[in-house]
Design a protein around this ligand. Structure first.
Ligand SMILES: [Zn+2]
Ligand SMILES: [Zn+2]
Length: 232
């Protein structure tokens, strides 16, 4: 009881010192207001994650199939407008509470995937985890699992080395950078299963593909990436 009470007081004090306001327009009493959320531009078509050819649900196209461990990558929205601001605040300015708004934008699109799919996320390196205090992908993926009823294995993969953030590299460097960066963290039999790897953003697809190759070792038949937006 006491902890609930003192938590309420600390929330109250926090609200006075840092009043809750929309990260995009500054409207009070909300973190991401309805108007700004409404500006999200959802993708009408999906693309092969490697060559960006239009494909059903973001499947890897026949010509890229040979070099891919991924079945495809589903991208929810364009990395523009208020969504871009919200993702940025969530990732780099530690507005952790935005996880709910971001998950709410994404989860209806997960309904098209089989209910018995297994959900996981791109793991954070321990260095990043210490810096941010949370794995931003895991926080959202946990809510997606709750909302869809999918099984959630946050520790299916682990990082094996610290990598330079992908955004600072070109395509060739990105591929090299994530090589052997992930390993299976939890030995389990995923034969015949569909696995969905959640991440906030996809850029070249190299990170998701490196994760997918590890997951294939557990027998998974299909490995999808599922992301909020594509960072160009
Ligand atoms: Zn707003
Ligand atoms: Zn392709």
């Amino acid at each position: 009881m006491q902890t609930v009470f003192s938590k309420k007081i600390s929330d109250f004090l926090l609200d006075i010192v840092f009043p809750k306001k929309c990260v995009s327009c500054g409207k009070l009493d909300t973190l991401f207001c309805e108007k700004c959320r409404g500006k999200t531009i959802f993708l009408k078509t999906q693309n092969c994650p490697f060559c960006l050819k239009i494909t059903p649900r973001g499947r890897v196209c026949p010509s890229c199939k040979g070099k891919s461990a991924l079945t495809g990558v589903y991208v929810v929205a364009h990395f523009e407008e208020s969504l871009k601001t919200a993702i940025h605040k969530y990732k780099y300015e530690f507005v952790k509470a935005l996880k709910d708004d971001l998950a709410n934008i994404a989860w209806p699109y997960m309904e098209d995937f089989p209910k018995n799919a297994v959900l996981t996320c791109v793991p954070s390196s321990s260095k990043r985890l210490a810096w941010r205090g949370y794995n931003q992908a895991e926080e959202i993926a946990r809510i997606l699992a709750q909302n869809t009823g999918m099984r959630f294995y946050p520790n299916l993969l682990k990082r094996t080395k610290y990598v330079t953030p992908q955004t600072q590299l070109n395509r060739k460097e990105r591929l090299e950078n994530v090589k052997n960066a992930f390993a299976v963290g939890k030995k389990m039999d995923l034969s015949g299963k569909t696995v969905i790897i959640f991440d906030d953003l996809v850029t070249s697809g190299a990170t998701l593909n490196a994760c997918a190759s590890e997951i294939r070792k557990l027998g998974a038949t299909r490995v999808w990436g599922f992301v909020l937006a594509r960072n160009k």
